[in-house]
Design a protein around this ligand. Structure first.
Ligand SMILES: Nc1ncnc2c1ncn2[C@@H]1O[C@H](COP(=O)(O)OP(=O)(O)OP(=O)(O)O)[C@@H](O)[C@H]1O
Length: 392
């Protein structure tokens, strides 16, 4: 036990904790996305690729690792193109949280309920067909097709213009989220139980269809009968405006509760978070944790900075030094050898001079995790002389 724990205690740095935390957050985002948005087959592909990569790294399967290394850039680009909608929605969701939104969207729910009830009542009176979807906890993306993005604050004139029979967007359903109309012209899945649909109409079949396969609340206004129908849990029910107001009131009340509890509830996703932390820790242990100390030697250039005007470095002018560093292998992986120099600052000299410089004191861009073992030459003699003079 001690032989296992000791290297851990000796070699784990605070930065490693941060490293694991960052990767755990990224894995958690990926897992949440896979759970909520991606199809099951995509989830299986992503998880299988992840497992294959872990095995390849563990067993040092060089060809497979190379395929991953070169394929990953293409894969990332392909994912950005294929999932650009999801990425955009993710950012939109982020910017629509309270912190980013400020107080501008803090509209009371009863005003939205009144607006929708009044609009739906008027549409029913005027025999104008309409279909409104109010999502609940379950995501609807897999059930809704087509549609045009709107993202506008709910208002009576806007809803009436959308469902006006001459409006090009009146066909299909509108999706309402909170106080906003998210999109219009959406195509919903039809129910297969046509017996419960009045006159077998497709608008009501669509309302029932979505209410069967999700927990959404759907409101349909009949063009032919001038009735208001509410669909929930797969059931259709013709209702009066007063009942619509009370059902919508309850819906918005529940939504606020969900929002509130999402904000205050300590953790709705413990399982996924633990999996993300476990995967990040495992990956770090497999790929990043190393107790071996490696020593490597590099040839680094010697540069002269702020050479006074009218002076030059006389020959023999040293141009390279040999630098030996030691430390964990990972620190070498992150190292860019081109950045390392022996940098001599010659400013302030105004007459010919010969100075001894200790090269180790003038190294630049050496990572903190690495130790300088040796620099050859240890010292160099720099002779400054006026330009144009030939060295003896
Ligand atoms: N799958 C669907 N998703 C969303 N809207 C749909 C769908 N199918 C039909 N609609 C809408 O329903 C309209 C046709 O309604 P239809 O008359 O067939 O149904 P209905 O239930 O009898 O409604 P109404 O009583 O208003 O006539 C279409 O013009 C379209 O706007």
């Amino acid at each position: 036990m001690d032989s296992f724990a000791r290297p851990l205690i000796d070699h784990v740095r605070l930065a490693d904790g941060l490293d694991i935390a960052v990767v755990a957050v990224l894995i958690y985002i990926l897992l949440v996305w896979l759970r909520d948005r991606a199809s099951r087959s995509l989830a299986v592909i992503v998880v299988s690729l992840g497992v294959l990569f872990l095995i390849a790294r563990w067993l040092d399967l060089f060809l497979t690792i190379m395929a991953f290394r070169y394929g990953i850039v293409g894969l990332l680009l392909a994912m950005v193109v294929v999932f650009q909608q999801d990425i955009r929605h993710g950012f939109e969701r982020l910017t629509s949280t309270r912190w980013f939104r400020g107080v501008s969207d803090a509209r009371p729910s009863h005003r939205t309920v009144d607006t929708i009830t009044q609009t739906v009542t008027d549409l029913a009176k005027d025999r104008i067909g309409a279909l409104l979807v109010f999502p609940n906890r379950q995501p609807l993306d897999l059930h809704l097709q087509g549609g045009v993005e709107v993202d506008a604050q709910i208002s009576e004139p806007l809803l009436k213009s959308i469902f006006h029979p001459k409006s090009p967007g009146h066909d299909g359903a509108v999706l309402i989220q909170g106080h906003r109309i998210v999109s219009l012209g959406l195509h919903l899945p039809l129910t297969t139980r046509f017996d419960q649909v009045p006159d077998g109409g497709t608008r009501h079949a669509a309302a029932a269809g979505l209410a069967e396969c999700s927990d959404a609340l759907v409101v349909a206004v009949s063009e032919e009968r001038g009735t208001i129908t509410l669909a929930q849990d797969g059931q259709l029910k013709v209702i009066e405006p007063a009942e619509l107001a009370s059902r919508l009131g309850k819906y918005y009340h529940d939504q606020n509760d969900v929002d509130q509890s999402n904000r205050t509830r300590r953790d709705p996703n413990w399982g996924l978070k633990l999996v993300a932390i476990a995967l990040a820790t495992l990956s770090w242990w497999l790929f990043a944790f190393q107790t071996d100390t490696v020593q490597r030697t590099f040839v680094v250039p010697i540069e002269f900075r702020n050479l006074p005007e009218g002076f030059q470095v006389a020959d023999p002018k040293p141009t390279y030094a040999e630098l030996t560093l030691s430390g964990p292998e990972n620190a070498f992986t992150l190292l860019d050898p081109v950045e390392m120099t022996v940098s001599l600052d010659l400013r302030g000299t105004d007459r010919p001079s010969v100075t001894t410089w200790h090269t180790a004191n003038h190294l630049t861009n050496i990572p903190r995790e690495l130790t300088t073992e040796a620099v050859v030459p240890e010292t160099i003699l720099i002779s400054l002389q006026p330009s144009g003079e030939i060295a003896p």
